[in-house]
Design a protein around this ligand. Structure first.
Ligand SMILES: Nc1ncnc2c1ncn2[C@@H]1O[C@H](COP(=O)(O)OP(=O)(O)OP(=O)(O)O)[C@@H](O)[C@H]1O
Ligand SMILES: [Mg+2]
Length: 226
């Protein structure tokens, strides 16, 4: 199943008489369970593309279909609901709430839904991610890799079709980075979640199904891995 079908995405900024193309006509598709990396130099539009796919930003031109639905021109409220239901985010800086435990951090995106099973699901997710013995620890009691696994559990709590990760291994040493990438690989394979990871890290290419190269807001050569 095609989860993301983006066609001709343009993101244009006008600042002081200058026009800048953060995205200059990008086609991008993503299938369920695919693990794809986006690589490219600083300023090439990687975060912009992630934000457009993740409904955090709107394209100036082009169309975006999520799970077959045209979401290019939906209103803000629908956008927010759809984002919460469809997409999980993972960031380089983790963005955990410092006063909450691991379980409580994972519960946050599900709190308004009134699901009586939320706490059990949060515990299960953390346990699956190898943090069964860290459920009630606060972020300052966790290592970087453990914090990122809490962030991944939080991204998965609403059972998204897509996880979008911007430099998810950027703050981790290479061994811990590998553990996170193995986790993404497992989630994509076992749970059919599509994962897009923006990265500067060549390590990622050992784990992904495909790498998309962005240069100056356009897709360069795409390499298909075996
Ligand atoms: N709100 C904005 N207003 C003006 N220009 C912007 C805005 N957001 C991004 N840009 C520009 O768009 C281009 C792409 O930015 P983007 O953040 O997508 O790059 P990136 O590939 O993620 O870079 P990095 O690897 O440094 O994170 C850059 O030239 C950036 O300066
Ligand atoms: Mg970026």
């Amino acid at each position: 199943m095609t989860i993301v079908d983006a066609h001709g995405l343009v993101k244009r900024y006008r600042t002081g008489g200058e026009t800048l193309y953060a995205l200059a006509g990008v086609d991008f598709t993503l299938e369920a369970g695919e693990f794809v990396s986006i690589m490219g130099p600083s300023g090439s539009g990687k975060t912009t593309l992630l934000n457009v796919i993740g409904l955090l930003d709107t394209p100036t031109e082009g169309t975006l279909l999520l799970e077959g639905r045209d979401v290019t021109h939906i209103d803000d409220r629908t956008r927010t609901i759809l984002r919460k239901r469809t997409i999980g985010f993972v960031f380089q800086q983790f963005y955990l709430l410092p006063t909450l435990t691991a379980v409580e951090n994972v519960e946050v995106p599900g709190l308004l839904d009134g699901d009586p099973d939320l706490n059990r699901r949060a515990r299960d997710l953390l346990t699956r991610l190898g943090l069964g013995d860290r459920l009630d620890h606060r972020p300052d009691q966790l290592s970087g890799g453990q914090k990122q696994r809490v962030a991944i559990a939080r991204a998965l709590i609403n059972e998204p079709a897509i996880v979008l990760a911007d430099e998810p291994t950027g703050n981790l040493d290479s061994r811990t980075g590998r553990q996170i990438l193995e986790e993404f690989e497992r989630i994509a394979d076992d749970e059919d979640v599509a994962i897009v990871a923006v990265t500067h890290d060549d390590l990622v290419n050992e784990y992904v199904d495909r790498t998309v190269h962005l240069v100056d807001g356009t897709i360069g050569q795409e390499r298909l891995d075996a």
